[in-house]
Design a protein around this ligand. Sequence first.
Ligand SMILES: Nc1ncnc2c1ncn2[C@@H]1O[C@H](COP(=O)(O)OP(=O)(O)OP(=O)(O)O)[C@@H](O)[C@H]1O
Ligand SMILES: CC(C)(CO)[C@@H](O)C(=O)NCCC(=O)O
Ligand SMILES: [K+]
Length: 256
Amino acid sequence: MNSYLRNFNLSSMILAVDVGNTRIKSAVFENNIILEQFVFEKNELQKKIEIILKKHQNISDLVVASVGSISKEDFLVFEKDIKINFISHQDQFPFQNLYETPLTLGIDRMVLSAGAVLQFPKQNRLVIDAGTCITYDFIDENNNYLGGAISPGIRLRYESLHNYTAKLPLLTVENPENFIGNSTNKSIHSGVVNGVVHEMDGFINQYKEQYSKFTIILTGGDGVFLAKRLKNTIFANSNFLLESLNHTFQYKIKND
Ligand SMILES: Nc1ncnc2c1ncn2[C@@H]1O[C@H](COP(=O)(O)OP(=O)(O)OP(=O)(O)O)[C@@H](O)[C@H]1O
Ligand SMILES: CC(C)(CO)[C@@H](O)C(=O)NCCC(=O)O
Ligand SMILES: [K+]
């Protein structure tokens, strides 16, 4: 189907694609609701998108936010069928970017912040994305993006301990039974998982000293696992980046 016919369709259907550092996550949105979701590796990109477009013939737009190493050409092959939109620093965002180096701010962090502003208006917000890296982003009630923090994600911590030592095994994430690890494995699990949990609670408490009230949004591949372990009350949504990508795109269309 050509793009004219696709766009002729009344219901708005978009394919949002989040190219992360490790994997690609994607969702089909119809009228702002997720119809179907997909997770795949970078080398499967074209094959998977082809399948998705074949299955959902009414998709009119593909919206991409990428922090990964993927080339635009990989998407442009679909241009004959649908409109391709790359979210970039040049786009309109619903916040004022006070980062000292706005052009080096990760597009994923900008999309998350846009989502936070559009979905949680008129309040301070802290967005935590627990993915390959853990990112913290703070947008105040006046929609100023202030910045935040970047630290290694859970899997990265396990891999670093193994890769940069002679004796530490490579483990996969496990719930630590106790903060006192009484074996090598348990010490690693405590160090990684309790370390991340203390880091998050610590950051949240530090923000609380400066801002009495704010909404906390937790997302990313490790978001659900971590949400249960935090002392602070948070809003956990593993689809927050994809949903924010849809909102950022809608905002861009409205303001272009
Ligand atoms: N199959 C998987 N591959 C990689 N990470 C996984 C997988 N399943 C769960 N995870 C967890 O998800 C985390 C990575 O999160 P996520 O998938 O959001 O990262 P990402 O694809 O690099 O995206 P981002 O670039 O936004 O961080 C890892 O720390 C790991 O513990
Ligand atoms: C921090 C990551 C790797 C998280 O995905 C990404 O947002 C990124 O590449 N950021 C660029 C540096 C910055 O945000 O200041
Ligand atoms: K991340």
